[in-house]
Design a protein. Structure first.
Length: 192
C-alpha cells in the first residue's frame, strides 16, 4: 500500500506519537516501520531521518509513555514516599498503555537514575535493594497488566459476583500492598 501524501514536514514527535498509537490500538507486533510510514504518509525510509532504528523508536515510545506520569515537584525526601509516588503513577500510565507492558522495564539512554541506584544511594544494602526493586517492579507491572483488559482471561469461570469484584483493581490496594513490601525491607514513611 502506497503511503498517503503529507501536507507538512514530519517531526520526531509525530513519529513517536503515531508509533505509540499503533501499539496502543493493535499491540507491539503491529508496529513496523513500513506500517508507521504508511500511517504518516511517508516511505518507511523517511522515518530514519527522525529515528535511527526501530529499537531507538521503541525507547522513545517508552519515554513518551513515562512522560505521562504526574510526579510531585519537588519529590519527597523519604524513599518510601518517593517510590510510592513513582510506582503508583507508573501503574496508572501502564494501565493506559497495556500493550506497552513488554517494554515496561526497558532502560533507555535518557533514563534518570534507576530505582535500584536510588535505593542503594539511600543507604540500603545492595542485596536488599535488588530484592526490593525486583519485587516492587514485578508487582507494579503485574498489577498494571492484570488491571487492564489484558487481565480479563483470569476471570474466566469465576462466579459473577467474584468476577465483578475482581475487575476492580483499586489504587488503594496497590498502595497498601506496596507499603507492606517496602516495610518488609525496612522502608517506611518518615524513615531514612
Amino acid at each position: 500500500m502506497a503511503p498517503r501524501k503529507r501536507a507538512k514536514a514530519l517531526t520526531q514527535d509525530e513519529v513517536v506519537g503515531a508509533a505509540l498509537e499503533i501499539i496502543d490500538l493493535e499491540g507491539l507486533e503491529a508496529l513496523t516501520m513500513r506500517r508507521l510510514g504508511a500511517d504518516l504518509g511517508v516511505e518507511a525510509m523517511a522515518l530514519y531521518y527522525h529515528v535511527p532504528s526501530k529499537e531507538a523508536l521503541l525507547d522513545l515510545t517508552v519515554e513518551r509513555m513515562r512522560s505521562e506520569m504526574r510526579l510531585p515537584d519537588p519529590m519527597p525526601d523519604n524513599p518510601a514516599t518517593t517510590l510510592e509516588a513513582i510506582f503508583s503513577e507508573y501503574v496508572r500510565v501502564l494501565r493506559a498503555h497495556p500493550n506497552m507492558a513488554p517494554l515496561a522495564t526497558r532502560r533507555t539512554d535518557r533514563a534518570a537514575i534507576s530505582g535500584l541506584e536510588y535505593l542503594i544511594g539511600r543507604g540500603i544494602e545492595p542485596d536488599d535493594a535488588i530484592e526490593l526493586y525486583q519485587s516492587i517492579t514485578a508487582f507494579a507491572v503485574g498489577f498494571s497488566i492484570l488491571g487492564s483488559p489484558l487481565g480479563e482471561s483470569m476471570l474466566a469461570g469465576l462466579p459473577d459476583d467474584l468476577t465483578e469484584r475482581m475487575r476492580e483493581w483499586k489504587d488503594s490496594t496497590f498502595r497498601r500492598t506496596l507499603r507492606a513490601v517496602m516495610s518488609g525491607y525496612g522502608l517506611r514513611e518518615g524513615e531514612r
